[in-house]
Design a protein around this ligand. Sequence first.
Ligand code: PAF
Length: 286
Amino acid sequence: MEIFTQSAALKTQAAAWKKAGETIALVPTMGYLHEGHLSLIRLARQNGDRVVVSIFVNPTQFSPTEDLDQYPRDFARDAQLCQQEGVDAIFHPAPEEMYAPDFSCWVQEESLSQTLCGAFRPIHFRGVCTVCLKLFHLSLADVAVFGMKDAQQLLVIQRMVRDLDVPIRILPAPLVREEDGLARSSRNKYLSPEERIRALALSRGLRLAGEAFRQGERDAQRLTGLVRQELEAVQAEKIDYVELMDRSTLRPAKDATGHTLLAVAAYIGKTRLIDNLFLDDATPRP
Ligand code: PAF
């Protein structure tokens, strides 16, 4: 496995693979890899001859009040996990390698990124789109894998790729949960044992809403209410949103008739957690 810290070296290797007729699958990450990331890497393995994992805590997607400095990092462990998964190359640039001192070009998606997390993290998706476009260019990837836990990120990236004619296929990967239901996230590391238990309110609320949906409940207020109740019961420090959204526009849906996304973001202690559930009423039934 190669470890590249320089963009030019990654590009040279990627070009050599392409010249040899090999396809490249990229897994963009911010490191501190967990089982969720490993599932993305395994999906990448099935969809490309070569797998590149980028490990870069991207400063431009954090606003000054967010957790950029505390964001967990353990490159040695990440590299070992990548090696075990048969990754061909890690791209681990320093921020200065990605952003020139006079960097001044940004990719701004202007619709899907305005709601949910985008409403609370104004520069977040501009940073995500910009860094992902750069990673797509540098890795010459044919395919990039994105987890469905960050459902809004996935949709925003798909829109960027469509609107800017980026020659890459975006492959969604299912959300991975801990055994007790908590969605896997590098930020789970911040949770104290007591907060870890309270954090289960997110997935429990979504599960209850999913059960209600299966029993015929379609009303947005009642479905989101089930999630809110759970968060309130554990005294979540702050609820950023519990929203039922249309899945193609990410605008609020009055009811869950169609392709909808039930999404939640809440603080447990100082940790901001997100989770979601796709509620699909539009798939023809057998
Ligand atoms: O999902 C993440 O870890 C990041 O937003 C990404 C896609 C690696 C861009 O920095």
